[in-house]
Design a protein around this ligand. Structure first.
Ligand SMILES: [Ca+2]
Ligand SMILES: [Ca+2]
Ligand SMILES: [Ca+2]
Ligand SMILES: [Ca+2]
Length: 385
């Protein structure tokens, strides 16, 4: 009665079988998966030439072949074969091309057995799915046009045309889609530049062949890795500075600055003298990290009034650029008694720290003004009266 009840509740439902076949007392039905319970698969009494009004007295019943579940019932009044259980093709047969469930119809008086084959057809009830919703890829900016980056394919539990058929990649400047073996590929169509763009998000869509198609998406996050493709750049091609003669050792004469656009070690800049004379080497040092040029020994205006230093800026992997530093030595009054800052002036050769501070203070605007290409200013303390 329960079966009948279900049947009547879906009374208006069209008979959905697509095909049946009888041979030697066996019958086959082909119908789509996921029909509602109670849906009519076919009229088995009619298909087997049985009298529907005797089904009850002959104790007609559906049996299973071996351990199979009971997937269908027979309506003893009408002879309809109805769906008794959810029939999910994916759960029952997975990727198999054909999905057949075996059931049996038993009758008594006389004993009769008819094999029933239920051919379950796929419907498009699953959408393509990527293994991960967010897919990270690291690509070095030095990658060439045409370089290929495989992405794991999406999976769709349905089969044939209802499985994944095509992919679409969100419009972007750098990548197009390619097809790999068991993968879909990002193909570099325009080279990347980390100094312009460090990260790129792309939506990849997988579509099945349903009508309309079902789809699934993944977000591909491309991280652009650095390559050392930028030479350090000096803030000026030529730096000008001046230093009063007899300034103490350690006096900062000038500071050169170069910046590298690359990341990490590729952008770490160190400074050195380029080709300079032994005389210059004995007079000046350069701080590798800060680019400060210091006096190593005292300079004497009468011996040399100007120096030209070549400096290099090198990044971590050896890309190098060059600049020049022109240092003018200015003459200093030797007579401390008439110097306006004589109280702070310890005299040549005594290396007083108060002078060093005074010069550094007065030199810093020089350095900055010389950095901007202006004429070096001389400190008050360096002027002759
Ligand atoms: Ca299904
Ligand atoms: Ca399906
Ligand atoms: Ca599908
Ligand atoms: Ca770079």
């Amino acid at each position: 009665m329960a079966v009948t009840g279900i049947f009547w509740r879906i009374g208006g439902l069209a008979i959905l079988f697509l095909f049946f076949h009888v041979s030697n007392g066996d019958v086959s039905y082909s119908f789509p998966e996921e029909l509602k319970r109670g849906s009519v698969i076919g009229n088995i009494a009619k298909d087997l030439g049985l009298e529907a009004n005797r089904l009850s007295t002959r104790k007609a019943r559906i049996d299973t072949d071996g351990g199979d579940k009971h997937y269908c019932d027979i309506n003893l009044r009408t002879g309809d074969l109805t769906v008794a259980e959810r029939i999910d093709r994916e759960g029952l047969c997975g990727d198999k091309a054909s999905c057949v469930l075996k059931q049996e119809l038993m009758l008594e008086n006389p004993l009769e057995l008819h094999r029933i084959s239920l051919h379950v057809q796929d419907i498009n009830d699953n959408s393509p799915q990527f293994n991960k919703e967010l897919i990270h890829i690291d690509i070095r900016e030095s990658a060439d046009k045409g370089a290929r980056f495989p992405i794991e394919e999406a999976h769709d539990a349905d089969i044939r045309k209802y499985s994944v058929q095509t992919y679409k990649l969100q419009n972007n400047d750098n990548f197009i889609l390619g097809v790999g073996t068991n993968s879909v590929e990002l193909v570099l169509n325009k080279e990347l530049d980390r100094e312009v763009l460090t990260e790129l998000d792309l939506i990849l869509t997988a579509l099945d062949g349903g009508s309309p198609p079902r789809s699934g998406t993944a977000l591909i996050r491309v991280t652009v890795l650095d390559a050392n493709d930028n030479v350090p750049v000096f803030s000026h091609a030529i730096y000008k500075a001046s230093v009063p003669e007899n300034s103490p050792q350690g006096t900062v004469v000038a500071t050169v600055t170069a910046t590298g656009a690359d990341a990490g070690v590729n952008g770490d800049v160190t400074y050195e003298f380029g080709h300079v004379s032994e005389e210059v080497k004995s007079m000046f040092t350069i701080d590798h990290k800060t680019g400060e040029i210091n006096l190593k020994s005292t300079v004497d205006f009468e011996t040399a009034s100007s120096f030209e230093l070549r400096v290099t800026a090198k990044d971590g992997l050896g890309l190098t650029s060059y600049a020049k530093v022109i240092i003018d030595v200015t003459d200093v009054n030797d007579n401390p008694s008439i110097h306006p800052f004589s109280s702070a002036y310890p005299g040549p050769g005594r290396g007083g720290s108060s002078l060093s501070r005074e010069f550094q203070t007065s030199l810093s605007p020089d350095t900055s003004s010389s950095s901007s290409g202006g004429t070096p200013r001389r400190s008050q303390a360096s002027r002759e009266t």
